[in-house]
Design a protein. Structure first.
Length: 119
């Protein structure tokens, strides 16, 4: 994949700590093979990047999607969260609903004007 070139060497940190949020050149690593949220982020990135990179990312996503499901620690937790979120969004089954009746047209009453002269 010529568009996906190696730009960083990523190593495990000697101590646990957050990444430097002030460093604009710091890499942020996602593992789309092990984390469904990372795969979704990769799909979103593909949809919003320039076409040549998008094509290569699409091929990579297809390869990941066709392979076996492998989950890591964070990936397992994200998978449970995605499943719970999807379950809460599911529409409840609709039982028998009473049909609404069509409204009947009501004839307009004519208002008769009183005539002058007492008739």
């Amino acid at each position: 994949m010529p568009e996906l070139t190696r730009r960083y060497i990523v190593m495990t940190m000697a101590t646990e700590g957050p990444f430097d949020m002030r460093d604009p050149d710091a890499p942020f690593v996602l593992k789309p093979w092990k984390d469904p949220a990372a795969l979704r982020a990769l799909q979103t990135y593909r949809d919003h990047c320039y076409p040549e990179l998008g094509e290569e990312l699409a091929a990579w996503i297809a390869q990941i999607s066709s392979g076996p499901t492998v989950r890591g620690g964070v990936g397992s937790r994200n998978e449970q969260h995605v499943a719970a979120k999807a379950k809460s969004r599911a529409k409840p089954k609709v039982g028998s609903r009473a049909r609404s009746r069509p409204k009947m047209k009501v004839a307009k009453r004519r208002v008769q004007k009183k005539r002058k002269g007492g008739r």
